[in-house]
Write a protein that binds this ligand. Structure first.
Ligand code: NAP
Length: 276
């Protein structure tokens, strides 16, 4: 088994995830795994970095597929005995003008952004080694969507005692409410992406709390972040930040020094902790 530190980035064949891998290849003292759901696109991305003189390794990972997540988990366990850095970057967003019914958009978006990210965390967090770092890429949209929720929902999502099961129940309820066209009456905002990212931010707060309760001595730091508005296939060409600039905050959180005791359980943008 290798003692080399290992970092894993999800959804890294393009966009912000790819830029995070590029930065980690330059700064992380260990093996960096570029993961992608499609091996062809993933290997192509690895080759592109190789062309820049950077060495990333590839492993397949489709966060919608529990089997795929477990294959990666077993590989990391057997090869490295765990992992040191996990960047949950993979995500999707429907385009504004997409004509798919809102209920379909809600189900598909939540499936990847919330439930997929949660499944990766469920399988990989137990493997994170002491002094490890976990970064969940959320969005400022999670904050704005939170502000558009009913007071009752806002209180639940800001709660310091909400459990993961309760969060899963709420995210499931959102999808069900959209199917019955009652989501607005039930206090939800009209954005599936926004709700999915509320889920990612709140999940991060819960997971950080669980680490405090169960693994305090391990000094693992886990945060949610917003990369900013970044020129990628998701956000389009008008966004002000380049992918490398978008990678700055996630990489800062992934490389916090081992003597740092924070940020932890925070929502961070532009390397600054934001009020949730
Ligand atoms: P992007 O260019 O569309 O890249 C998204 C990446 O996620 C792609 O590599 C995609 O793979 C991958 N992905 C999607 N579903 C996946 C799955 N089921 N399993 C594994 N990988 C999957 O988007 P981006 O702008 O770089 O976004 C990266 C993250 O930043 C997302 O979480 C996004 O919500 C967040 N974010 C972006 C912005 C922005 O302005 N761009 C702002 C705030 C937050 P394929 O190529 O196979 O589709």
């Amino acid at each position: 088994m290798s003692n080399v530190p290992v970092a894993v980035v999800t959804g890294a064949n393009k966009g912000i995830g790819f830029a995070v891998v590029r930065a980690l290849c330059k700064q992380f003292p260990g093996d960096v795994y570029l993961t992608a759901r499609d091996p062809g696109r993933g290997q192509e991305a690895v080759a592109k970095l190789q062309g820049e003189g950077l060495r990333a390794l590839f492993h397949q990972l489709d966060i919608d597929d529990l089997q795929s997540i477990r294959v990666l988990r077993d590989f990391l366990k057997e090869t490295y005995g765990g992992l040191n850095v996990l960047v949950n970057n993979a995500g999707i967003a429907f385009k504004v003008h997409d004509t798919a019914p809102f209920a379909v958009q809600a189900e598909v978006t939540l499936k990847t952004n919330f439930f997929g990210t949660r499944n990766v965390c469920t399988e990989l967090l137990p493997l994170v080694k002491p002094y490890g770092k976990v970064v969940n890429v959320s969005s400022m949209v999670s904050s704005s969507a939170l502000g558009s929720c009913s007071q009752e929902l806002q209180q639940k999502f800001r709660s310091d005692t909400i459990t993961e099961d309760e969060l899963v129940e709420l995210m499931t309820k959102f999808v069900e409410d959209t199917k019955r066209s009652v989501h607005e009456k039930e206090g939800w905002p009209n954005t599936a992406y926004g709700v999915s990212k509320i889920g990612v931010t709140v999940l991060s707060r819960i997971q950080a709390r669980m680490l405090n309760e169960k693994r305090k001595g391990d000094h693992i730091l886990l945060n949610a972040c917003c990369p900013g508005w970044v020129r990628t296939d998701m956000a389009g060409p008008k966004a002000p930040k380049s992918p490398d600039e978008g990678a700055e905050t996630p990489v800062y959180l992934a490389l916090l020094p081992s003597d740092a005791d924070g940020p932890h359980g925070q929502f961070v943008s532009n390397k600054t902790v934001r009020t949730w």
